[in-house]
Write a protein that binds this ligand. Structure first.
Ligand code: TMP
Length: 239
């Protein structure tokens, strides 16, 4: 399909959104090479980041659709561009964790690398000016961010996505430590949106526990570009 960018609708830290000629239902998300961390305090950029995130997200959305998860994905248009269904984003960052890392370690004093018997689930309120604070169902309802039915659907879907992704990555010798999803409304339906990439997931090599995600940038570990390339290889090469 050909889709022509018309107007820049929104520019975020890592992506741009464009309207599409002749369509009200579809938009193009363009993946940039820029990255930020710690609510925009740390900035960087590296070669092929947008390309890797676009290709990996496209492959994972396709795989998830095949397993019955409804997503915004339509098709990958180019190295940087993905055609998607236009969503009204639910302003919740939906986070599942299988192994302790990141803010879970910081908040609860858990040991990094501790594996959980059952996955955890949490929401953050997607609002940069507030620093994306942790939020619960009743707060989200009180603020009118989503209905109880939407929250229930999002939780159930996120935990299903966790099981599917965990198994997919395990076959590729990757531990899925944790990840963040976003959902949105499209024609009365809740769809999985945004991206699924080393920006939004923590991936560790199953044998060495080497970090293969954005933590290499957040923690100045070096080898960021190589880690992203390795992850794309693991996702796209046949097992
Ligand atoms: P956290 O441990 O910092 O709360 O992050 C949990 C997961 O969410 C991790 O895989 C990284 C991802 N994430 C984002 O995608 N965007 C964000 O703004 C943050 C803070 C985390």
């Amino acid at each position: 399909m050909t889709a022509e960018k018309v107007q820049l609708l929104y520019e975020g830290k890592a992506k741009k959104l464009w309207s599409v000629k002749g369509s009200d239902d579809l938009v193009i998300q363009e993946f940039k090479d820029d990255a930020t961390a710690f609510n925009g305090e740390k900035r960087g950029s590296w070669a092929h980041k947008g390309e890797v995130n676009n290709a990996m997200s496209s492959a994972l959305f396709t795989m998830l659709e095949g397993k019955g998860i409804r997503t915004h994905f339509v098709e990958q248009l180019s190295k940087s561009d993905m055609l998607i269904k236009k969503l009204q984003i639910v302003p919740l960052e939906v986070i599942c964790r299988n192994i302790a890392a990141g803010s879970f370690v910081k908040r609860y004093g858990a040991k990094e690398g501790q594996e959980f018997a059952t996955p955890t689930f949490e929401f953050s309120y997607k609002d940069d000016s507030l620093g994306d604070p942790l939020i619960n169902d009743s707060h989200a309802l009180a603020l009118g961010l989503a209905t109880q039915a939407e929250i229930d659907h999002i939780r159930k879907t996120a935990l299903q996505v966790n099981e599917i992704l965990k198994a997919f990555f395990r076959e590729r010798n990757i531990l899925l430590v944790d990840f963040k999803l976003e959902f949105g409304r499209h024609k009365g339906e809740i769809l999985l949106g945004d991206e699924i990439s080393p920006d939004t997931c923590r991936f560790w090599d199953a044998a060495t526990r080497q970090k293969l995600d954005k933590d290499r940038f957040r923690q100045d570990l070096g080898g960021v570009e190589e880690a992203y390339a390795e992850m794309l290889k693991r996702v796209t090469e046949p097992v």
